[in-house]
Design a protein around this ligand. Structure first.
Ligand SMILES: *Cc1c(COP(=O)(O)O)cnc(C)c1O
Length: 386
C-alpha cells in the first residue's frame, strides 16, 4: 500500500543508485539521466567532490543553527557574492524559500520608501515555487486555482513584452521578478532587449529587479548565471536547485541597495547549515575551475546542433528546439510531452516535461559527449514510435 500523497504524476520506476549521468532502477535497468533531478545533480550522481565535501563536513559539524556563525556558510556567501552581483547572501533550503526571502526583502525595501510601495510584478507563465508568496508570483492559473485567496499585491505582465510591463508598473511597485529563461513553462528564453528594458523600467520606478535563477543559474547555460549572457544585472538573485549538487540549499543574494533585512526580519532553522554549505562550496569551486563553463557551452552547442538535425528529419513532429547551454527545450507537434517522456523512459532516457508540449533536457554539466550522442539516438528512436 502506497502511503504517499498523490502530489506527483510519477514515472513508474523506482530509482536506486547512480553514477555520473547514469542511474539504475530497482530492477537493475540502466538510464541516461537527462533530467538530473530537475537541474539539481549538476555534477552528476555520486561525484567524488560532493561525497568528499559531505563526508569531511559530516564528521565535523552537520548543523548548529544560526544563533552562531559557521565557516562554510560564511565562505559560500563570499564565493556567491564575489561571483554574482556583490552584496549579501541569505541561505534557505529550496527555490521557493529563496523566492519568499526575496519577496519579503522587496516588501521591506518598498515600505522604507512609502507604505503603498508593495506591489510585485511577475511574468505570465513564470514559475517561482509552491509556497504562498512564490505561488502568488507564479503567473499560471493551473497552480493557483484551488488555493486562493493568494497574497495581495501581485500582478502579471507578458514575458518578452515590454509594453505589457510598462502598462502595469508604477511607483507602487517594489519589485519585478523574472526568470531570464523560463524553465517550467517550456524553456522560454528572454530577449536581450526585453531584459535591458525591464532593468530600465525598474530603475525609473525605483523597483528592485529580482532574477529567479533557481533553474537557469549554477552554470546551466554555460555561464555561471544566465544573466551573464545579457549584460543585465539584477538587484536580487535567487538560487537553489544545482547549488547543493543534490543536497537541499537555496540562496538569495541582494546587492548593497537591496540588502535591507535587519535582525528578526527573516530566518530559517536549517538554512545555511554547514553540511549543505560545504557541498555548495565544492560545487561552486568545481564550476569555477578553469575550462568548466566553456565545456558546458561547447556541449550545449553540440547538443543543440544535434537536435536541430533531428528536427529537420522529423519536421512534422518537432516544432522547435530552444534554450542556452545545457538547458534545452524540444517543443513537440501534436504529441503529448508526457507520453513522449514516458516512452523516452522506457527507452532508457530520463527527461523532464515542461508545459504541455515541451521536453526539457537538463543533463548533469559533467555529461560526456558520447552520452549526449546516445541521448539524441534515443530521442530519434522515440520520435519514430509516434
Ligand atoms: C524549481 C524552481 C523553483 C522552486 O524551487 P523548489 O526548490 O522546488 O522550491 C523556483 N523557481 C524556479 C525558476 C524553478 O525552476
Amino acid at each position: 500500500m502506497n502511503h504517499l500523497m498523490n502530489t506527483y504524476s510519477r514515472f513508474q520506476i523506482v530509482l536506486e543508485h547512480g553514477k555520473g549521468t547514469l542511474v539504475w532502477d530497482r530492477e537493475g535497468k540502466l538510464y541516461l539521466d537527462f533530467a538530473a533531478g530537475i537541474a539539481v545533480n549538476i555534477l552528476g550522481h555520486s561525484h567524488p567532490i560532493v561525497l568528499k565535501a559531505l563526508k569531511d563536513q559530516a564528521k565535523k559539524l552537520i548543523h548548529c543553527s544560526n544563533l552562531y556563525w559557521n565557516e562554510p556558510q560564511m565562505k559560500l556567501a563570499t564565493i556567491l557574492s564575489e561571483n554574482s552581483i556583490g552584496g549579501k547572501v541569505f541561505f534557505a533550503n529550496s527555490g521557493t524559500e529563496a523566492n519568499e526571502a526575496a519577496i519579503k526583502l522587496a516588501r521591506k525595501y518598498g515600505r522604507r520608501i512609502s507604505p503603498e510601495k508593495y506591489r510585485i510584478l511577475s511574468a505570465k507563465d513564470s514559475f517561482h515555487g509552491r509556497t504562498y508568496g512564490s505561488l502568488s508570483a507564479t503567473g499560471q492559473e493551473k497552480y493557483q486555482r484551488d488555493f486562493t485567496p493568494l497574497v495581495n499585491g501581485f500582478d502579471y505582465f507578458e514575458f518578452n513584452n515590454i509594453d505589457s510591463l510598462r502598462l502595469k508598473i508604477s511607483k507602487e511597485v517594489c519589485a519585478v521578478i523574472v526568470e531570464p529563461i523560463q524553465g517550467e513553462s517550456g524553456i522560454q528564453v528572454a530577449t536581450k532587449t526585453f531584459l535591458q528594458e525591464v532593468r530600465k523600467l525598474c530603475d525609473e520606478f525605483d523597483a528592485l529587479l529580482i532574477f529567479d535563477e533557481v533553474q537557469s543559474g549554477m552554470g546551466r547555460t554555460g555561464k555561471l548565471f544566465a544573466f551573464d549572457h545579457y549584460g543585465v544585472k539584477p538587484d536580487v538573485l535567487t538560487l537553489a536547485k544545482g547549488l547543493g549538487g543534490g543536497i537541499p540549499i537555496g540562496a538569495v543574494i541582494a546587492s548593497e541597495r537591496a540588502d535591507v533585512f535587519e535582525p528578526g526580519d527573516h530566518g530559517s532553522t536549517f538554512g545555511g547549515n554547514p553540511l549543505a554549505c560545504s557541498v555548495g562550496i565544492a560545487v561552486m569551486e568545481s564550476l569555477l575551475t578553469e575550462g568548466f563553463l566553456e565545456r558546458v557551452q561547447e556541449l550545449g552547442n553540440s547538443l543543440k546542433k544535434g537536435l536541430q538535425e533531428v528536427k529537420k528529419r522529423y519536421q512534422e513532429k518537432v516544432k522547435d528546439i530552444r534554450g542556452i547551454g545545457l538547458m534545452i527545450g524540444i517543443e513537440l507537434n501534436n504529441i503529448s510531452a508526457k507520453d513522449f517522456a514516458e516512452r523516452c523512459v522506457q527507452n532508457g532516457l530520463l527527461v523532464a516535461v515542461a508545459g504541455n508540449n515541451t521536453i526539457r533536457l537538463l543533463p548533469p554539466l559533467t555529461v560526456k559527449k558520447s552520452q549526449m550522442k546516445e541521448a539524441i539516438q534515443v530521442i530519434r528512436k522515440t520520435l519514430e514510435e509516434f
